[in-house]
Ligand binder design. Structure first.
Ligand code: F0G
Length: 469
């Protein structure tokens, strides 16, 4: 039998392993089923409300949960904690310029800080913002500033069984139709994410971003990239797109960004740190306005809510994220988990994306209506079975339409197993896969949930549920 790691590659290839070894470890705690039953009930059946002490393997998110390298930790000692003009800011600014190619940088405490700055700088009430699927915080800031969000992702993205290789692509016809309908003046920018989180970590191709650029340039509409996982996106381009097999991930990233005008970044993902973010742009006016606003919401324009040491760790982490072997092992680990689940016939989004496995909760629980929260139910069941923590990415995350007040009903009801970077081993992936298999085998007896507390904003973080009788 071929090594599990050779999935999708030549069968006679030898296994690879992570290009690093472990220097410090953190203990994990195992719990009994009784304990977990109490813990999840106390948490209102919402995995966001669990204490991490009660979690065994934490796949809630890949955000800020990364393991830093010894180089990054030593960079922390070089923190220049001056209120103004920290050395580490200039290092980060230079690194972003060299690796992503953008001219100006405004640091923020994390991704949503950058989204706030960008949305408040560019959006006026009545505007329309097209994007390749929504992300929760990104769309929230767009709507809060008075814009209407339009999903212009290709239809394949909404189909969990489609094997299309670039499910993150923008549908150019949808974009053209929107421009014809509302007029270019009402579109302050196109928001392009790479990879697309809510679609399952799916990539967008170089050809597609080029085509989006050609189209929008005719109307003078800028493109802002959600670059949160753009390095992961570059790996998919290298593997799947003609002409990129011999280019490095660093080269591909820079070329990709060159087709956009700026980016928002959650440093908690690709840059392998625990906190931080930034807004970057090539537009001097946008920069001036954002740099002015950052002092109101985040901190001075040379720290933006980060400590000097955080900026140093991020600058180092960005370089590490561009190492081809690292990125192959990062996404390779996600694929390994996918391959185990595939062998057991468990339904999930394919092809496997960059940062996690997105279980298809509708296919798990066809007997549950969307109002009975199938994805939330699956996250609950997984935790109960094994202490593995997953995240709902379905109707709860989608929230309510700000105009009608109705639930938004996404086609995808997904439960996400998100893999932190450099944190868990292959054995942890085995344990996770076996827990999912167990839940899949028990699926027919499972009843859903009802929501008993619903916060007004980004409800998925703090909503509470009760099991249906
Ligand atoms: N954009 C994308 C694509 C994201 O995945 C996230 C965060 C953000 C922006 C916001 O960044 O958290 O630093 O403010 N995603 C996390 C997740 C929370 O679990 O998917 P942030």
């Amino acid at each position: 039998m071929p090594s599990l790691h050779t999935m999708g590659q030549q069968q006679d290839r030898r296994s690879w392993a992570e290009p690093y070894k472990i220097k410090a470890v953190e203990p994990l705690y195992m719990t009994s089923r009784d304990h977990r039953e109490r813990a999840i009930a106390d948490a209102g059946y919402n995995t966001f409300l669990l204490h991490s002490r009660d979690v065994y393997i934490d796949l809630l998110t890949d955000s800020g949960t990364n393991a830093m390298s010894d180089r990054q930790w030593s960079g922390m000692m070089l923190g220049d904690e001056a209120y103004a003009g920290s050395e580490n800011f200039y290092h980060l600014e230079q690194t972003v310029k060299e690796c992503y190619g953008y001219e100006y940088l405004v640091p923020t405490h994390q991704g949503r800080g950058a989204e706030n700055l960008l949305s408040s700088t560019l959006i006026k009430p009545g505007h329309h913002v097209p994007g390749n699927m929504y992300f929760t915080t990104t769309r929230f800031h767009q709507e809060r500033n008075g814009a209407t969000f339009h999903d212009i992702i290709v239809d394949e993205a909404h189909d969990t069984s489609s094997l299309f290789e670039f499910k993150g692509n923008v549908d150019l016809d949808k974009l053209q139709r929107l421009i014809d309908e509302v007029g270019a003046d009402a579109i302050p920018y196109v928001c392009v994410a790479a990879t697309v989180n809510m679609a399952g970590g799916q990539p967008i191709s170089m050809a597609n971003i080029k085509a989006v650029r050609e189209l929008t340039a005719r109307y003078g509409i800028p493109i802002y990239l959600d670059a949160t996982r753009a390095v992961e996106n570059a790996l998919f381009i290298q593997e799947r797109e003609e002409g990129y097999a011999d280019k490095s991930i660093a080269e591909i990233l820079k070329e990709f960004c060159s087709h956009t005008d700026g980016a928002t970044m959650s440093g908690k993902k690709d840059p392998i740190v625990n906190i931080g973010g930034w807004l970057s742009t090539n537009d001097r006016e946008v920069f001036e306005e954002a740099r002015n606003l950052v002092v109101v919401y985040e901190g001075l324009h040379t720290y933006g809510g980060m400590a000097g040491r955080d900026m140093e760790a991020m600058a180092i982490g960005i370089r590490e994220s561009l190492d081809d072997d690292y990125m192959k092992s990062r996404v390779g680990q996600v694929r390994y988990l996918g391959m185990l689940l595939e062998q057991w016939g468990v339904p999930f989004v394919k092809p496997v994306g960059g940062h996690g496995i997105f279980l298809d909760a509708r296919a798990f629980y066809p007997h549950l209506a969307q109002d009975q929260f199938p994805s939330q139910t699956l996250a609950w069941q997984l935790y109960l079975d094994s202490g593995v923590r997953a995240m709902e990415r379905g109707i709860v995350s989608a929230g309510r339409d700000p105009v009608t007040g109705e639930h938004r009903r996404p086609k995808l009801e997904l439960t996400r197993l998100t893999i932190p970077r450099r944190v868990y081993t292959q054995a942890h992936m085995d344990v996770v896969a076996e827990a999912v298999k167990e839940c899949y085998e028990e699926r027919e007896s499972v009843k859903g949930l009802k929501m008993v507390y619903e916060p007004k904003y980004l409800r998925f973080f703090q909503a509470r549920f009760e099991p249906l009788a």
